[in-house]
Design a protein around this ligand. Structure first.
Ligand code: PEP
Ligand code: MG
Length: 566
């Protein structure tokens, strides 16, 4: 079994086609007839542009505009006047077209690869792809024809370039395995758009798998099984049927509003951890982002990200969302989320300790830096601020004061931001839930974090298996607190959402509809499923279920009853 990055959902069972890189070696020559060489280069560029336009058109029909635009971008790069002009200059100095092309492309590849942000880095692989295609044309080497792959093919390649992907006939290709690429690489985006299961970054895949060998690609779990046993084929065939059945059904909910069966409309947002995750949120048809866990920006590095770094990250996410809301949760460190470079003390009781807004209010410069970055990004879209782990009004007031201070500084420096930015509270402690009436008077919105709310209410660590029998959002105490938070939101005219895992739980959804929740924020792959579940309930039916549930005394009773109604 080989492990990699689960990049496109689904199960594929087929025979491996190993895409080997063919040699593009050549011996550089000194050119005397530079006009003829320049014409040879121009012809190659024309063939490249014609081929790529045809591929983009095919892709536009099979998958959509966004994917075709990636290839059209290649034409723009190759036609870029600076790029072409420099290549022509090298040719007129006597270099052959191959060497001139390679020289310029390599220069751009080095430059783009050194960039910090993923999007610019991605441009390096675009230029590599262009270089290979134009060199193949100049050298008269035939590129591998994925378009000729027979039915039931699993493509195995070092890297899947956009132009290779464009040749894919989705009727024939059942899976993709590559040795490079992450969840947000072009290969991944295209594989998802084509709905082909894909596992990327599988170390040495092209060597470990052989041409014609039977292969199972599990794009849900990021697993590749070579030469599977009969029983594994049976097991995965069943998994595939169930997956396809559900996907077909869920597709009916794409592009639709999120409506209950009685017509009430809800907002259905996604939870994200990195700016690029906003791409998946949009791909999965999310209507915005209800929780951006910003601590991920602070992880895997040795120092606090600067204001500019954070600003770029928040701006990138909100631009990807194209006008849809982005709720940014300020830094939630401590507890189970340690950042070694902050030098946090080991605590006896980390979940009750120095974490989240408590830490931030005590480290005001770090907190203000984050708030300034969020405010600056708010000039580019609908950004809202949310404070984590609030337990009392004082914390909310102190947080809001700091926002005011940051606003003043930005005003003085004449930096744009949204003056009316909304500030909300993450309702995830039992204390906040009990004083929801008071907090609602000073908040613009609430978002219920059931992951922590359940833990704090049941005095039970979510990671401790010895007490996991208590950890359930269906506990009568937790449900009462959720209801109280929503009631107080309604009384004070502020919207109440939920970004904890319970928002995607089909047993809890009818209760949330009945209580009056207005926004659900879930992981991107759950969007269509939650939209479907919401659509099956009328408000009146949900009310009946909720009334019965709220009269019950134990979690087991509630669980057993809800099992019978969903
Ligand atoms: C929560 O507590 O419900 C939540 C969404 O936050 P996290 O899981 O990041 O603690
Ligand atoms: Mg939490």
């Amino acid at each position: 079994m080989l492990n990699g990055t689960a990049a496109s959902d689904g199960i594929g069972i087929g025979r491996a086609m190993i895409i080997e890189e063919h040699s593009l070696d050549y011996t550089p020559k000194t050119i005397t007839d530079t006009d003829a060489e320049s014409q040879r280069f121009k012809n190659a560029v024309k063939i490249f542009c014609d081929n790529t336009t045809a591929q983009a058109e095919a892709l536009r029909k099979s998958t959509g505009d966004k994917e075709a635009e990636i290839l059209e971008g290649h034409i723009q790069i190759m036609r870029d006047p600076y790029m072409c002009g420099e290549i022509e200059k090298l040719i007129s100095d006597g270099q052959c077209a191959e060497a001139a092309l390679e020289h310029m492309c390599d220069m751009f590849i080095t430059m783009f690869s050194a960039a910090d942000d993923e999007l610019t880095k991605q441009r390096a692989s675009d230029v590599k792809d262009i270089k290979t295609s134009v060199l193949s044309i100049l050298l008269g080497v035939n590129e591998v024809k994925i378009s000729a792959a027979p039915k039931g093919t699993v493509i195995v390649a070092k890297e899947l370039t956009p132009s290779m992907t464009a040749g894919i006939n989705k009727e024939n290709i059942v899976g993709i395995v590559t040795e490079t690429g992450g969840k947000t690489s072009h290969s991944a985006i295209l594989a998802r758009a084509l709905e082909i299961p894909a596992v990327l970054s599988v170390d040495g895949a092209a060597k470990k798998l052989s041409a014609g060998e039977q292969v199972i690609v599990d794009g849900n779990e990021g697993i590749v099984i070579a030469s599977p046993e009969e029983s594994q084929i049976e097991q995965y065939t069943q998994k595939r049927s169930a997956f396809l059945r559900e996907r077909r059904e869920l597709e009916n909910y794409r592009g639709k509003k999120t409506l209950s069966a009685s017509g009430e409309e809800y907002e259905l947002f996604c939870n994200i951890g990195k700016p690029d995750d906003a791409i998946s949120a949009m791909e999965f048809d999310g209507e915005g982002v209800g929780l951006f866990r910003t601590e991920f920006l602070f992880m895997d590095r040795n120092s606090v990200p600067t204001e500019d770094e954070q600003f770029e990250a928040y701006k990138k996410a909100v631009l990807i969302l194209k006008g849809k809301p982005l709720i940014i949760r300020t830094l939630d460190v401590g507890g189970d989320k340690d950042l070694p470079y902050l030098g946090l003390k080991k605590e006896e009781n980390p979940f009750m300790g120095y974490r989240a807004i408590r830490y931030c209010l005590d480290n005001r410069e770090l907190f203000k830096t984050q708030i300034r970055a969020i405010l600056r990004a708010s000039a580019f879209g609908d950004i809202r601020i949310m404070f984590p782990l609030v337990t009392c009004v004082d914390e909310l007031r102190a947080g809001k004061e700091l926002v005011e201070k940051a606003k003043e500084e930005l005003r003085e420096s004449k930096i744009n931001f949204n003056e009316n930015i909304k500030i909300g509270v993450m309702m995830e402690t039992s204390s906040a839930a009990v004083i929801a009436d008071v907090l609602a008077k000073e908040s613009d919105f609430f978002s219920i974090g059931t992951n922590d709310l359940t833990g704090y209410t049941m005095a039970c660590d979510r990671g401790n298996s010895d007490v996991s029998y208590l950890y359930s959002a269906l506990q009568p105490s937790v449900l009462r607190l959720i209801k109280n938070i929503i009631d107080c939101g309604i009384k004070n005219n502020i919207p109440v959402g939920m970004c904890g895992e319970a928002a995607a739980n089909s047993m809890i959804i009818p209760l949330l509809i009945s209580f009056g929740l207005t926004e659900f924020s879930v992981s991107a792959p759950s969007v269509l499923k939650v939209r479907k579940v919401i659509s099956t309930w009328t408000k009146a039916e949900a009310d009946k279920v909720a009334e019965k549930v709220m009269s019950m005394s134990t979690e087991k009773e509630i669980y057993d009853y809800l099992k019978t109604v969903i």
